[in-house]
Design a protein around this ligand. Structure first.
Ligand code: FAD
Length: 507
C-alpha cells in the first residue's frame, strides 16, 4: 500500500475504531489504534471460563446475506466470507411459569401462522405486523458518507417503504405492542428498553432476519473482530494494547495527537475518537469544545441500560432448547436496590460448537439495570459485598432456569457474573451502556455530528454518534469520517468491496 505521508491516531479498538483503521489504511494513511484493554472488540466481546466461551454481544449481524445491502460494506473492510453464518428458525420463545408460550419465528410465514394460532383475536394487528416485516425487508440503508449522487438509486427504491417507516418511526415499541390484546405478544414489544425504542428497531430487525440478512456468525463477535485485526496487520496498521488515552493534545484548536496515561505523547495529523463519547468530550478534551447542542445531547438524551450477565457452563447437551428463551416471572427478581425484573432472557449457545465441548452448553442471561453506580461503588469500596451480590443474583437466575429445566443445577460446572462495573472497566462506556443512545420515537435515523464545535483535526465515530448503536454503526460512522479526512487532504477515497466467494457457508 502506497503511503500518503499522513498519520491518523484512533482511540479505541472496538468495531468503529477498527473500521476506521481499515478505511484509512486503504486510503494510504499511516494508522495507529490505541486500545486501553489487552484485546480488541470493546463491547463486541466474549471470554473464556474453563472449557466454555461466554459471548456478550452478538445476537445478529446485519449484512450477513451475500446479496444484502450491508454485506458490501463489511466486504470493503474484511473477508466476511471466512465466517459461517447461522440463521435460526426461531428467534425467541417467550414462556410463563404457568406453561403458556409464544414462539417468535424469524421466517415471516411461520411467524404469521404461529401468531394467528395463538391470538386469532389480534388478526388485524398481526396482519399489519407481518406486512411491515415483509415490506421493510426491501428497505435499503442509505450510505451516510454519500450525498444524493451515491444514494439516489436507493432513495428511489425506498420511496414505497417510506410511509410505513415514518409511521413506525413515530411510535414506541410500547405503543406498537398495545395494538395486541395477547399479553405475551404485547410484552414482546413493550418490556424494558425495547418498549422505549422506536418500533422501527424491532420490526426492521425481524425484517432483516426474515431476509436471512441478520445471521449469527460462528465464534460470535470475536470471530468478526479477528478478521479486522488480520486485515489491519496485512495493511501495515498498528494496534497498541494496554494503551489508555488520557488526553487529546490540542494546539490552536486543532487536535495534533494524544497523550497516554503513562505520559507518552503520540503526534498525529488527525485524531479520531472511537471511544466513549462522554469521556472523549468531557475528559480527553476537558469539556472545552462543546456548545448548546452537544450539552443538550449529553444532558437530555437517554442511554441504553447497562447490564449484568450471568453465564453458566452446563455439562449437558441443551440442543433441544430455543436459541433464546424469555421466562416471564410470577414474582420479580431483585437485581439491585433500584431494579426488579419481571422476566429473564436466556441464550442457549448450542448452535455454536466453538463455545463448549461436545455434550455441553454455554448459557447466558442478560439482566438490564440502570443502577450502574450501585455496582461500581460496591466493586470499588465493598469488594466482599460485591462478590456476595453477584452470587445472590446468579442464584436467583439459576432458580429461574431450574423452573424451566428441573434438575439442571446439578449439571452446572461454571458460573460467571459480570456487572455494569465490568462493562465500565473494560470498555469505558458511559453509565455502562450496552449500545450508547436509545433510538427514540420521532428522532429519525440521522447520526449526531461527527465533529465538535471549533475543533479541527478531529472526528468522533461509533455508537455514541449513531443512536441505536449496534455493530453496523462502526462502519457507518467510520466511512464518512475517513471520507471527510480524505477530502480535506485531497486524497482519493477509492475503497471497494472485495468479493472472495459468492456464497458464504450458511447453516
Ligand atoms: C449485550 C449486548 C448485546 C448486543 N447485541 C448486538 C447484536 O446482536 N448486534 C449488533 O449489531 N450489536 C449488538 N450490540 C451492540 C454492539 O456491541 C455495540 O453497539 C458496538 O460494539 C459498539 O462499538 P463501538 O466501537 O462504537 O464502541 P465500543 O465497543 O465500546 O469500543 C470502544 C473501545 O474504545 C476503548 N477505549 C475507551 N476509552 C479508551 C481510552 N481512553 N483509551 C484507549 N481506548 C479506549 C474501549 O476499551 C473499547 O475497546 C450488543 C451490545 C451488548 C452489550
Amino acid at each position: 500500500m502506497k503511503r500518503n505521508g499522513k498519520k491518523i491516531v484512533i482511540v479505541g479498538a472496538g468495531i468503529a475504531g477498527l473500521s476506521a483503521a481499515v478505511y484509512a489504511l486503504k486510503c494510504g494513511y499511516e494508522v495507529e489504534v490505541l486500545e486501553m484493554h489487552d484485546m480488541a472488540g470493546g463491547l463486541a466481546m466474549s471470554w473464556h471460563r474453563g472449557p466454555y466461551i461466554f459471548e456478550t454481544c452478538l445476537h445478529w449481524l446485519i449484512g450477513s446475506k451475500p446479496s444484502g445491502e450491508f454485506n458490501r460494506v463489511w466486504k470493503e473492510l474484511i473477508d466476511l466470507d471466512k465466517l459461517t453464518f447461522v440463521n435460526p428458525h426461531e428467534f425467541v420463545r417467550i414462556e410463563t411459569e404457568d406453561g403458556d408460550s409464544l414462539r417468535i419465528y424469524t421466517n415471516a410465514d411461520m411467524l404469521e401462522a404461529e401468531l394467528l394460532r395463538r391470538a386469532p383475536g389480534d388478526i388485524a394487528a398481526i396482519s399489519d405486523f407481518i406486512h411491515a416485516i415483509r415490506t421493510l425487508g426491501k428497505f435499503k440503508l442509505l450510505d451516510p458518507s454519500g450525498g444524493l449522487a451515491e444514494n439516489w438509486f436507493n432513495m428511489l427504491r425506498d420511496i414505497p417503504v417510506m410511509p410505513l417507516l415514518m409511521k413506525l418511526g413515530k411510535m414506541s415499541g410500547k405503543q406498537y405492542g398495545s395494538r395486541f390484546a395477547d399479553p405475551l405478544l404485547r410484552g414482546f414489544f413493550s418490556t424494558g428498553d425495547m418498549g422505549k425504542l422506536t418500533a422501527i428497531a424491532m420490526v426492521l430487525s425481524l425484517a432483516w432476519m426474515n431476509e436471512q440478512d441478520a445471521g449469527y456468525c460462528i465464534g460470535g463477535s470475536q470471530a468478526l473482530i479477528r478478521l479486522f485485526e488480520d486485515r489491519i496487520a496485512e495493511l501495515g496498521g498498528v494496534i497498541r494494547y494496554n494503551a489508555k488515552v488520557e488526553r487529546i493534545i490540542v494546539d490552536q484548536d486543532c487536535a495534533i495527537g494524544v497523550q497516554l496515561s503513562g505520559g507518552e505523547a503520540i503526534p498525529a495529523d488527525w485524531v479520531i475518537s472511537a471511544a466513549d463519547g462522554h469521556a472523549t468530550i468531557y475528559d480527553m478534551l476537558g469539556g472545552r469544545y462543546i456548545d448548546d447542542a452537544v450539552r443538550k445531547i449529553y444532558a437530555e438524551s437517554e442511554t441504553f441500560a447497562s447490564y449484568l450477565q450471568v453465564s453458566l457452563g452446563i455439562a449437558r447437551n441443551l440442543g433441544d432448547q430455543p436459541p433464546m428463551l424469555t421466562r416471564v416471572l410470577r414474582s420479580p427478581i431483585a437485581v439491585d436496590p433500584e431494579t426488579d425484573l419481571t422476566q429473564i432472557g436466556f441464550r442457549f449457545f448450542h448452535f455454536d460448537p466453538t463455545f463448549a465441548p461436545a455434550g455441553k452448553t454455554a448459557v447466558t442471561a442478560i439482566l438490564p439495570t440502570r443502577n450502574y453506580e450501585y455496582w461500581a461503588n460496591l466493586r470499588d469500596h465493598e469488594p466482599q459485598r460485591y462478590q456476595a451480590e453477584k452470587a445472590r443474583v446468579a442464584e436467583a437466575v439459576i432458580g429461574v432456569l431450574e423452573g424451566h429445566l428441573p434438575g439442571l443445577r446439578e449439571s452446572i460446572e461454571v458460573i460467571d457474573v459480570s456487572t455494569p462495573a465490568t462493562v465500565i472497566r473494560y470498555t469505558g462506556n458511559w453509565k455502562g451502556s450496552q449500545e450508547g443512545w436509545l433510538m427514540l420515537p420521532g428522532a429519525g435515523l440521522k447520526p449526531f455530528p461527527n465533529t465538535l464545535p471549533k475543533l479541527d483535526g478531529f472526528f468522533m465515530i461509533g455508537q455514541w454518534i449513531m443512536p441505536g448503536g449496534g455493530l453496523p454503526s462502526g462502519p457507518m460512522t467510520a466511512r464518512p469520517a475517513i471520507k471527510a479526512i480524505c477530502k480535506r487532504d485531497r486524497v482519493p477515497f477509492e475503497v471497494r468491496a472485495e468479493v472472495h466467494r459468492e456464497e458464504p457457508v450458511s447453516v
